[in-house]
Design a protein around this ligand. Structure first.
Ligand SMILES: Cc1ncc(COP(=O)(O)O)c(C=O)c1O
Length: 428
């Protein structure tokens, strides 16, 4: 094991820093333009779904189960599309609506429903004074922006390796009626990669909220996004709710955004029968029906959950080498330095990198200077405020392997430079 920065004399550390800066100058001169910021599928992944575009043509029969997909009707979505999403989530299709193409849009619609009309006849959230929403951190910045945008107060909750810190969650949810909701990404969370343990799922289901109009916004975005043969297993939240005799506590969302085409797939919401009746009242005013031609193409391309799993195995063959490369580059570059840790997810789209306290903004800025764009430091926290300024979200899927390797080398170098500068500043 090489010596850590703390073990080096100041002269030795200064010499190392000069050497690292010379490497940075060489990289700067190459004029790189790489990104590890976007949680987008790679072009190779999009190729996998191109045959979906051939499924429908002008000679296709658009009538399915007595419904003309080319016309108005079926406001809850095509039965086959509802069965497909229900099959993926392990829920009853009767309680599931397939809406447009974006689950985030449906989440915002549901938030608007709660805000403007209220949950199941309760006073609208907008008329209840301060409304708080719990945000397990690091988390998905677009979730936090959605609740902040409506004027809610986002409350940061610590993430643990088994999900949000349930002691913090329970304390707030069960004692403060201003707490109306919590964001949860139950499987391969963005960006930690954490999957809820069975205990955490059960603890969520057993919550007894002080507010009768509290709901868990359960965004199962990565439910089928396993990387290997030993995927994380997630207990079905609706089974846990049934056990806990608490049927109306969860709105669950999902989409095929990263199964087929982001922005051009199908998305859904499911909840208890009572909650769905409440949501359907809003949905019915919003639109006559969603894009059923897209739904039809999807169910002809991917008729059931087994077909989705086979398709996702092809995605995994493209994505897994990228995650393995990140792991190898970080281990080789930082493994024995004590400067950083990172997650080793078995699925999803992100690796979460934890640099030294107070370093993330500087590392991201230096990477940008060296031609590598990363998600802004702080983004996975409400208000963009990482209290330790340590977390960096790495999105390995989009770049080619070659670009990803080069980008990881830059991240390693930037981390070493910033850490060496910090250590020297401490000693000064
Ligand atoms: C946790 C999570 N939810 C939702 C989305 C967006 O999904 P959609 O394209 O269905 O709106 C993303 C995209 O990165 C995500 O990471």
């Amino acid at each position: 094991m090489s010596q850590t920065f703390q073990q080096l004399s100041t002269d030795e550390l200064q010499a190392q820093l000069s050497d690292l800066r010379a490497q940075a100058d060489a990289i700067r001169a190459r004029g790189l333009a790489l990104t590890m910021a976007r949680g987008n599928p790679s072009p190779e992944q999009l190729e996998l779904s191109k045959p979906l575009l051939d499924v429908l043509s002008s000679s296709s029969d658009l009538v399915t189960e007595g419904i003309d997909a080319g016309n108005y009707g079926a406001p809850d979505g095509l039965p086959a599309a509802r069965r497909l999403m229900a099959d993926i989530l392990g829920v009853d299709p009767a309680n599931l609506v397939v809406g447009g193409s974006s689950s985030l849009e449906i989440m915002n619609d549901v938030l608007n429903h709660c805000w403007i009309h209220g949950v199941c006849g309760h006073t609208p959230w907008s008329q209840q004074g301060t409304v708080k929403f719990l945000c397990p951190c690091p988390g998905y910045d677009r979730h936090f922006r959605a609740t902040e945008y409506l004027g809610m107060v986002n409350v940061a909750i610590d993430m643990t390796p088994t999900g949000p810190d349930m002691d913090q969650v329970r304390e707030l949810v069960e004692n403060d009626p201003q707490v109306k909701g919590i964001w949860i990404v139950p499987k391969y969370a963005n960006p930690t990669g954490v999957t809820l343990s069975d205990d955490t799922v059960r603890a969520l289901a057993r919550l007894r909220p002080a507010a009768p109009d509290f709901r868990i916004f359960y965004d199962n975005a990565y439910v089928v996004h396993d990387l290997g043969d030993e995927p994380d297993e997630l207990l079905n939240i609706f089974d846990a709710l049934a056990e806990a005799d608490a049927p109306s506590l969860v709105y669950e969302f999902a989409s095929t955004a990263k199964v087929t085409f982001p922005g051009s797939g199908i998305a859904c919401v499911t909840a208890s029968p009572a909650d769905m009746a409440d949501l359907r009242a809003s949905i019915a005013v919003q639109r006559v029906c969603a894009n059923k031609l897209v739904q039809l193409a999807h169910v002809r391309f991917l008729p059931d959950a087994a077909a989705v799993r086979a398709h996702m195995a092809r995605h995994a063959a493209v994505v897994r080498p990228r995650f393995e490369l990140v792991e190898r580059k970080l281990s080789e570059g930082l493994g024995d330095t004590g400067l950083a840790t990172w997650t080793h997810p078995r699925g999803g789209y992100f690796v979460c990198f934890y640099g030294p306290e107070g370093s993330a903004k500087a590392i991201v800025a230096l990477c940008a200077e060296l031609g590598v764009t990363l998600t802004p430091a702080g983004a996975p926290f409400p208000g963009g405020n990482d209290p330790h300024d340590a977390v960096i979200r790495i999105a390995p899927t989009f770049p080619s392997l070659e670009d990803l390797g080069a980008a990881c080398d830059v991240l390693v170098l930037a981390t070493r430079i910033v850490a060496a500068e910090q250590e020297l500043a401490r000693r000064a």
